[in-house]
Design a protein around this ligand. Structure first.
Ligand code: CA
Length: 258
């Protein structure tokens, strides 16, 4: 666990009577924009500054790693295509030391699948060209969720057939074997298990798991469900309700011969 993650756990587990963490009033949250195309970097920077953020720009992967470590930002916007390292490597390297929220940008939908498939630990993804208003909304939503309470789940466990999901440890096992999930995959699985028997629409899931308060790109939900099915195989409890959304059945399917 990174030291930042440990700090969050400590903050979440604070003794009663200790006031919750609150950001310093007036302190600007800082965003590190990692993008070599200066026109995009300045365009994104302009919108973020207008929304009240302090903005720094890194134009190479190495520059990003250095800046993220020298003066940790509140959030990183990371383009996939960079002149030296690619964004996936940069994300992995930053993740070794920090759990700073990362929003990845890519030019194509297939790259988003790749980012999710590689489990590099990004918090969200956006495909170019994007609406700058949506970018700012997503940044705000990630930051809202990345406060000290981000990983504060009441310690509890959901079991469904051979699947066991421990919210306190953020651990998923199938027949006792641990399965690595990306953060949003975990949150999505947990939310559906937590509403066992109820159908949640894609928009509801986007709002609950990603924090979007407007109708966003519901394809994100489908991509994450696909990843969960791939990783969990037959143990994946998520059922598609055609034309509506997804649900987890109240009871697991009858045990299959294994
Ligand atoms: Ca680029």
């Amino acid at each position: 666990m990174s030291s930042a993650a440990r700090k969050r756990v400590t903050a979440a587990g604070r003794p009663s009577g200790v006031p919750p963490y609150e950001p310093v009033v007036g302190a600007k949250q800082s965003i590190l924009v990692v993008e070599d195309e200066s026109s995009i970097a300045s365009f994104v920077g302009m919108y973020l500054k207008r929304a009240g953020f302090a903005v720094r720009v890194a134009d190479t992967g190495n520059d990003a790693i250095e800046k993220a470590s020298a003066d940790p930002p509140s959030l990183i916007i990371l383009d996939l295509m960079l002149p030296d390292l690619d964004g996936i490597d940069v994300c992995r390297r930053i993740r070794q030391r920090s759990d700073v929220p990362i929003l990845m940008l890519s030019a194509r939908d297939e790259d988003i699948d790749k980012i999710i498939g590689l489990e590099v630990g990004a918090d969200d993804y956006l495909t170019k060209p994007f609406n700058p208003g949506e970018l700012v909304a997503r940044v705000k939503s990630i930051l809202r969720r990345s406060g000290p309470e981000r990983r504060e789940f009441v310690s509890s466990v959901h079991e469904h057939g051979s699947l066991r999901v421990d919210a306190g440890r953020r651990e998923v096992t199938v027949v006792g074997e641990e399965v690595q999930l990306a953060p949003k995959e975990f949150d999505l699985l947990w939310d559906l298990l937590d509403h066992r028997g109820l159908v949640l629409t894609r928009d509801q899931l986007l709002e609950r798991v990603w924090g979007y308060t407007f109708a966003g790109d519901t394809r994100t939900v489908d991509v994450h469900v696909r990843q969960l099915r791939r990783k969990l195989g037959d143990a994946c409890p998520i059922v598609t309700v055609w034309g509506v959304g997804y649900k987890v059945s109240p009871e697991p399917k009858a045990a299959r011969a294994s």
